[in-house]
Design a protein around this ligand. Structure first.
Ligand code: ADP
Ligand code: MG
Length: 374
């Protein structure tokens, strides 16, 4: 029964072949031609679809926008097929960044973050989804970095900000009072009510080491929603990139030097769908008594970091890269390497300077990235 069915099928197929003038069995010249003709037909078909596709999608042009938020310049480079489309998408993204700034700034008295600090030691305070997400990520990063990344350093950061203005070291008594108000374990998050409680009155949160990376992530999400898939958002040293510029393998990102973010980069990374952050003392520091103090604090001691260092981190998203770069500055290359190697998709380059000279350390994945370095 089954044999008959198969036989019938092949008979019908042969009839069809004959009707089309193609006979596999009997017409030998046609059989010889097909292997030559078919690839050519496929190639012509492919070319026609490409030409048609290009004619349908207008050429993408490069647009660049810049605005100040979160105490730095946010730069956007995007590829769009009209100036109006690019402008509208950039405005939507900048509006979002401004909203996040209003929410997460520790400089603004009426930000949601400041409100959390004001009600410290009281009952849990419900916060918006975005702020909760950043607080949760901060808590994860604190645990993973063994406390090197800690957003509860707010009261200590305040003293060091003053030290940068006055060029005088913080008073040791005030520093130890401020230290008593820090500690990531004193921040409690409640998932079900999306609320946060700070255990002690006087505690203060500081998202300076993580909010810019998150804002750049959010900007990319909004640009994509507007149909812009090839884009870069840079918030100072925190950069997030989407799909590569047209006709390229990736965005060429210079790795900042130990001395300044503005100095020409010796090393370039080629990245897409990725984030890169640099932290160090190149931009913000104060020299007191011949010692250079960074704006990054060691939460264990309350002291601003000394000794030149710069860490560049590549990660899957901006929030991770930003927080990791700050954490790794505190941890140094020896402890920091363990953290980076155990973070999925992340890589880092450390540059540290001491009396014995400059030392560069790279993580395993760093050496695998496409890049051009001397
Ligand atoms: P930048 O803000 O220059 O990009 P970072 O991302 O490294 O640099 O963030 C530094 C800021 O993070 C500081 O100005 C301060 O507000 C905050 N900060 C300082 N030390 C720590 C720390 N150990 N953990 C978390 N945040 C910190
Ligand atoms: Mg950071």
């Amino acid at each position: 029964m089954e044999r008959a069915a198969v036989g019938k099928l092949s008979e019908e197929t042969r009839c069809l072949d004959r009707a089309m003038g193609l006979s596999w069995g009997r017409n030998k010249p046609a059989r010889r031609f097909l292997p030559i003709v078919l690839p050519w037909l496929a190639a012509i078909f492919y070319l026609l679809t490409q030409i048609h596709g290009r004619a349908l999608s207008p050429k993408l042009e490069r647009f660049e926008f810049c605005q100040g938020h979160m105490g730095t310049q946010f730069r956007m480079i995007l590829y769009a097929n009209s100036a109006a489309g690019a402008q509208a998408a950039a405005e939507t993204a900048f509006t979002r960044i401004a909203q996040l700034d209003l929410m997460m700034s520790d400089y603004l008295e009426d930000s949601e973050l400041t409100a959390v600090g004001r009600q410290a030691s009281g009952p849990p305070i419900p916060v918006c989804e975005e702020l909760f997400r950043v607080l949760k990520k901060s808590q994860v990063m604190s645990k993973r970095s063994q406390g090197a990344f800690d957003i509860t350093v707010g009261p200590v950061v305040q003293l060091w900000r003053r030290a940068r203005r006055t060029a005088e070291l913080p008073d040791p008594a005030r520093l130890s009072e401020a230290m008593a108000l820090t500690g990531h374990r004193k921040m409690h998050l409640y998932e079900q009510t999306r609320s946060v409680r700070l255990a002690q009155s006087g505690m203060r949160l500081d998202l300076g080491g993580i909010a810019k990376g998150y804002a750049a992530d959010e900007a990319i999400v909004l640009l994509k929603k507007r149909g812009i898939t090839r884009a870069l958002v840079a918030a100072g040293g925190d950069i997030v990139v989407a799909e590569a510029p047209p006709g390229t393998e990736g965005w060429v990102i210079g790795v900042a030097s130990l001395n300044s973010q503005d100095e020409p980069s010796a090393c370039h990374l080629l990245l897409r769908h990725s984030a890169v952050s640099t932290s160090g003392d190149a931009e913000q520091h104060v020299t007191i008594g011949g010692i250079r103090f960074s704006h990054i604090i060691n939460p264990k001691t309350g002291m601003a970091l000394t000794g030149r260092r710069r860490v560049t981190v590549v990660a899957r998203d901006g929030i991770t890269a930003d927080a990791l770069a700050t954490a790794l500055c505190v941890m140094g290359s020896v402890r920091g390497l363990q953290l980076i190697e155990t973070t999925s998709g992340a890589a880092a380059q450390f540059e540290e300077e001491s009396e014995t000279g400059k030392r560069t350390t790279i993580s395993r994945r760093w050496s695998a990235f496409p890049k051009s370095c001397p």
